[in-house]
Design a protein around this ligand. Structure first.
Ligand code: SAM
Length: 214
């Protein structure tokens, strides 16, 4: 993602604490209190500009969605989309996913979406990949038993790496597609910004859904 300098972004985020949650660690283990319901919580890690999470929020009002994004300059666009939608079942957190277990309690999350995660192809950056075993350990902790991770990418190497990493960790492959847009999963699929961009270029989209058996 090309980062544009938006010095005003931080201030704008601070003005919308109902949408971009300040001090999210205060809600660890208590996110349902914030949403004021008992609905399941689905996270998207690396939300980017927020198209996926806002469209999912509209399509599934009975799910609480939380989008996590590392950069003010990017999440501020997701904030605009969220404000425009008026949705109350979607919240955003500006943070690095490395802090995930400080923000969510054990077994608090039903599903995690990883959409077009940065592939970090260099070996020395492996630990930054969102499917590195260090991240899988955190996902295991915050997911409910049998909770799922849904991953989409157009990057074949990252997809292969993730499949191996998931299976070495003990995740079970529930669904896999090497060409999502030509598959049975397409009719339920909500496209992300990156997905639109790369599929328009003719790239195939890889997708898998995995879970850790009890
Ligand atoms: N998911 C969006 C999509 O499919 O259009 C954006 C994809 S973009 C390639 C990856 C996004 O993940 C970027 O906005 C980046 O800032 C964010 N990101 C990468 N690593 C992250 C991390 N450790 N914690 C939070 N966000 C992260």
């Amino acid at each position: 993602m090309r980062l544009r300098n938006k010095p005003w972004a931080k201030e704008k985020i601070l003005q919308h604490p109902q949408q971009v949650i300040p001090e999210p660690e205060k809600y660890a283990g208590k996110w349902r209190e914030l949403f004021q319901n008992e609905n399941p919580i689905h996270l998207e890690i690396g939300t980017g500009k927020g198209k996926f999470i806002t469209e999912m929020g509209k399509k599934f009002p009975e799910i609480n969605f939380i989008g996590i994004e590392a950069y003010d300059s990017v999440i501020v666009t997701a904030l605009d989309r969220l404000l425009e939608s008026g949705l109350e079942n979607v919240k955003l957190i500006r943070m690095n996913a490395r802090m995930l277990t400080e923000i969510f309690g054990a077994g608090e999350v039903e599903r995690i979406y990883l959409n077009f995660s940065d592939p970090w192809p260099k070996r020395r950056h492996e630990k930054r990949r969102l499917t590195h075993k260090n991240f899988l350990q955190m996902y295991e902790r915050i997911l409910v038993p049998n909770g799922e991770i849904h991953l989409k990418t157009d990057n074949q190497q990252f997809f292969e790496y993730s499949l191996v990493s998931f299976s070495q960790y003990g995740f079970v492959l529930k669904e896999v597609s090497l060409d999502l847009h030509q598959s049975e999963f397409q009719k339920e699929n909500i496209m992300t910004e990156y997905e639109e961009k790369f599929s328009q270029k003719g790239n195939k989209i890889f997708r898998c859904a995995v879970y850790l058996p009890e």
